[in-house]
Design a binder for this molecule. Structure first.
Ligand code: PSU
Ligand code: MN
Length: 304
């Protein structure tokens, strides 16, 4: 099955044809997860981190009705400058394409596009998952659906910690998605290095991690894999500041009855103000570090 209206940048296509290391990057975190112009700058810094690791970056987004795998600087600027740019996930993907729309791809949509393009490694910040209160709202990110369906390895700093982390981890287990820790013993909590929740295995060595990824794909279950890489120590948010800001954000969402796709952007906005921007610094640091690790991992995988 080939994806309609997919444009792969020449450099990415050449790397894929030569079986060289390629890393996919998403755009929702750029346009919705960070304020501009820092979002766009971070996207470029992530690309640079992938390149420095010896891999080719492929930033993915939707522009005027085509899926771009490897956005140019100019295209990324155009995407970020689009007013009210929509978040494209699995359910609105095809409709946005046909409507000749422009949109930022979430982890789910980026995994889908990466899979169709033949890219096996993807770096992001934190995946979406089971929201708090999901037993009532049923708000569960399609990122989990994508992880269950597309055999792409996602390097992240855990799930967004505004989520119900224990239930997110449970769901990943149900879906058969391995959570492999890179130099960490438990599931990271995005702005914090540790959540106290278990992961499937710790790896300290990228060659072994690559072997585990190959072994999982050989099982033929068809799922993706999560590689958990905690926020660098120097950028980790202070526990007290974090707890206070998170409680405030959750209260706001509840009291204002914010739902669905609006939850994440509103919470992030609140947390940015409540921590004097420290969440942004942590967010940027972990994104760039994940891009670096994904680049190194892609190189290890390409070596075979
Ligand atoms: N993490 C962040 N900021 C973000 C996201 C993740 O710190 O903006 C984005 C990712 O693109 C992720 C998406 O795939 O949020 C999940 O959104 P939802 O919960 O609506 O599925
Ligand atoms: Mn949702």
């Amino acid at each position: 099955m080939s994806m309609q209206r997919m444009v792969i940048a020449p450099e990415v296509a050449r790397a894929l044809a030569a079986h060289r290391a390629v890393v996919a990057l998403e755009t929702t975190v750029v346009t919705h997860g960070l304020p501009q112009p820092r979002g766009v700058q971070v996207a470029r810094d992530m690309e640079a981190a992938v390149t420095a690791a010896g891999a080719v970056p492929a930033t993915i987004g939707m522009l005027d009705g085509s899926v771009r795998v490897g956005l140019t600087d100019e295209e990324l600027d155009r995407l970020a400058a689009t007013p009210q740019v929509p978040k494209v996930n699995l359910s609105n993907f095809a409709a946005t394409l046909v409507a000749r729309g422009t949109g930022s791809t979430t982890v789910a949509a980026t995994m889908l596009a990466a899979h169709h393009a033949g890219i096996g490694v993807f770096a992001t910040g934190g995946i979406g998952g089971v929201h708090r209160g999901a037993s009532e709202t049923d708000d569960v990110s399609s990122d989990l659906t994508a992880l269950a369906r597309f055999p792409v390895t996602v390097v992240c700093a855990g799930a967004k910690s505004i989520l119900d982390l224990p239930r997110t981890v449970e769901r990943l287990e149900t879906l058969g998605v391995p959570i492999l820790g890179y130099r960490c013993d438990d599931f990271p909590a995005f702005w914090r290095r540790s959540s106290g929740l278990r992961l499937d295995e710790r790896f300290d060595d990228l060659v072994l991690l690559a072997e585990a990824i190959r072994a999982h794909h050989a099982l033929g279950t068809g799922t993706g894999i999560l590689v958990a890489n905690p926020v660098p120590e120097a950028a980790e948010l202070d526990e007290e500041i974090y707890d206070r800001a998170l409680s405030g954000a959750l209260e706001l969402v509840q009291s204002q009855g914010i739902r669905g796709r609006n939850v994440t952007p509103r919470i992030l906005e609140y947390m940015q103000t409540a921590t004097g921007g420290r969440v942004i610094d942590a967010n940027i640091a972990l994104l760039i570090d994940n891009a670096r690790v994904a680049g190194e991992l892609a190189v290890a995988l390409a070596r075979g």
